[in-house]
Ligand binder design. Structure first.
Ligand code: NAD
Length: 259
């Protein structure tokens, strides 16, 4: 399929690994010029040859977002046609364990990074006359889990932001979100990640823990790959989705509830 992205300029944040990396690769393969921002400078150095540019920044801070977006605007010489807000980090804790500081940190990462990036770039993107944003939500935005309340609440807020920005900037900037279910990335596999947390909570081995998680949540498609999300994101970002804005697309066969 031709996504009609030849010559488009794209900015992918938190793209050094996982879903963001797959999005940056697919946008590039489809002919877009892509700049990737991430806090993992070593991974960016290693992968920089695959994209048009990289910028190391802590996107959970105002200074980091300012640094990354300034770099994008000066490297491209104008606002990007496509903005992918992929930043997000979830750590399981019980409600009682999440302190004020934990909530504040989570909000900086899972909400303010996207807000600050949009506040700087979206008005400039609107001046282009035709641009698009895709925000990375989560199935947890609509299907709360007791152990990830801070993360899920921020992802739910991103849905509000997505619709509000879509309304404000239509028809010049389309703004959509995707809501992935479980995707096999470092969020799951890293030490202390979701797999380790499931093993600790269920008291079984890694494979059995993941199996039980999927069964309990009625996820018959199992665990997805980063490319499963990238395909949907790149479609929504592309001119093929020119009549879609303010939407949030469920990815991963999460079949609980009607919302
Ligand atoms: N993996 C899943 O099951 C899943 C499900 C739903 C939603 N998501 C969302 O997908 C997005 C990507 O997650 P992933 O699964 O690919 O995880 P990942 O850990 O593979 O990638 C996250 C990326 O964010 C970067 N990052 C973390 N903190 C940063 C910061 N402060 N500043 C800049 N970069 C930072 C990391 O270096 C890494 O490259 C997140 O928004 C996550 O919430 C993931």
């Amino acid at each position: 399929m031709d996504y009609q992205l030849q010559g488009k300029l794209a900015f992918v944040n938190a793209g050094a690994h996982g879903i963001g990396e797959a999005i940056a690769d697919l946008l590039t393969a489809e002919g877009a010029s892509v700049i990737v921002a991430d806090s993992d400078a070593a991974a960016l150095d290693e992968k920089a040859h695959r994209w048009s540019g990289v910028v190391a920044a802590n996107l959970a801070t105002a200074d980091g977002v300012e640094h990354a977006t300034s770099h994008v605007l000066s490297a491209f010489g104008r606002a990007p046609d496509i903005l992918i807000n992929n930043l997000g980090v979830g750590t399981a804790s019980s409600f009682e364990e999440i302190s004020d500081e934990d909530w504040a940190r989570s909000i900086e990462i899972n909400l303010m990074g996207c807000i600050r990036t949009c506040r700087i770039l979206v008005p400039r993107m609107a001046e282009l006359g035709s641009a698009s944003v895709v925000n990375m939500g989560s199935d947890l935005a609509k299907q709360p889990e007791p152990t990830l309340m801070d993360y899920g609440a921020c992802k739910a807020a991103l849905l509000y932001l997505t619709k509000a920005l879509a309304t404000q900037y239509a028809p010049r900037v389309r703004v959509n979100a995707v809501l992935p279910g479980p995707i096999w990335t470092r969020m799951w596999t890293r030490p202390g990640g979701i797999v380790d947390q499931l093993v600790a909570s269920y008291g079984v081995d890694r494979e059995a823990a993941v199996k039980r998680f999927l069964e309990e949540r009625h996820m018959p498609l199992g665990i997805g790959e980063p490319s499963d999300v990238a395909n949907a994101v790149v479609f929504l970002a592309s001119p093929l989705a020119k009549f879609i804005t303010g939407s949030s697309l469920d990815i991963g066969g999460t079949l609980r509830g009607l919302v």
